[in-house]
Design a protein around this ligand. Structure first.
Ligand code: MG
Ligand code: MG
Ligand code: MG
Length: 303
């Protein structure tokens, strides 16, 4: 039986590089992806001349599956079943119920790439140069250059060790990578909310949260009417109870939360404080969905 390693839907850099690096570690496995690459991930793979994993078009249903960078049923690639999952390597809250025992490694750390680097180290296996570059990019992407509140001292140490092999000019690389992350090339405002979009079960509620990390939040603000329209459409298409969209300002480390309805407004103002202005709530020092957005919303909605 085929063993595949796959990251979440709407894949980000961390999930793609983690699948590639783990496949290089695990003999007889193949990295595949659950969706199209975003502009940042494209930049990273181009830059390092790395081979992009194939898109999982049609799952057969008999693959052995290793999930990286997710463990939420709604984020698993279409066609894969939880019963196929034999292993999970992740850094998100545990949100999955399995029918049989599986191998689970979840660490409260800045990126799944950091966990994969630890797996290499613990096995005493040398990390190939290209893999070191990809993993380092995954860490720097997911931690917003080691500045997000998800960053741990371990991430910083691992990044330093990886760069002994990768030998990147980190400052320059991060600048280029964040430029690619912020690029709206080929992305309409309708698509922007789906680029890094995840759904969560919070109590009895289905909540969709999209994130757009950028060095240039004004470009989105200028087209906010289109953003609100697509949020409303997404909410009804996906049958959501709540939908939020966050434009994360990577440089200033703030977020703008786009709020489409009265329910969202009441919930967001209660949970995060402050008053929304023109349907946007400014969240100071908030940049992480997994650490700063999902936990308080979940608490409020499960009470
Ligand atoms: Mg991810
Ligand atoms: Mg991640
Ligand atoms: Mg992220």
């Amino acid at each position: 039986m085929k063993k595949i390693i796959i990251g979440h839907k709407n894949p980000d850099t961390d999930s793609i590089v983690s699948s590639v690096a783990l496949a290089s570690f695990c003999e007889g496995s193949e990295a595949v992806r659950a969706g199209d690459l975003n502009n940042e991930t494209k930049f990273v793979f181009d830059k390092f001349g790395a081979i992009v994993p194939k898109l999982l078009k049609k799952a057969k249903g008999d693959e052995n599956v290793i999930l990286v960078d997710h463990n939420e049923a709604s984020q698993i690639a279409d066609g894969l079943k939880i019963s196929q999952v034999e292993k999970i390597i992740d850094h998100h809250k545990i949100a999955m119920e399995t029918q049989k025992p599986i191998f689970l490694r979840v660490e409260p750390i800045g990126s799944t790439a950091s966990v994969i680097a630890k797996i290499y180290k613990e096995a005493g296996k040398k990390i190939p140069g290209k893999i070191a570059k990809l993993l380092l990019a995954g860490i720097l992407s997911d931690t917003l250059n080691l500045a997000s509140p998800t960053t741990t001292s371990e991430d910083k140490q691992i990044a330093k060790e990886l760069n002994k092999v990768a030998k990147l000019d980190i400052k320059k690389f991060v600048q280029e990578m964040f430029k690619a992350k912020s690029s709206l090339k080929g992305i309409s405002m309708r698509e922007i909310i789906g680029q890094d979009y995840k759904e969560f079960e919070m109590g009895k509620n289905k909540v969709g949260i999209g994130v757009w990390e950028t060095t240039d939040p004004e470009t989105v603000d200028a087209k906010k009417k289109e953003v609100f329209d697509s949020l409303a459409k997404k909410k009804s298409d996906a049958g959501l109870d709540y939908i939020f969209f966050l434009v994360v300002d990577i440089i200033r480390q703030n977020s703008s939360m786009y709020i489409i309805g009265e329910d969202e407004k009441a919930l967001a103002e209660k949970v995060f404080g402050g008053k929304s202005e023109d349907d946007i709530l400014t969240l100071k020092n908030i940049v992480s969905r997994k650490k700063q957005i999902v936990p308080p919303l979940t608490e409020a909605l499960t009470k």
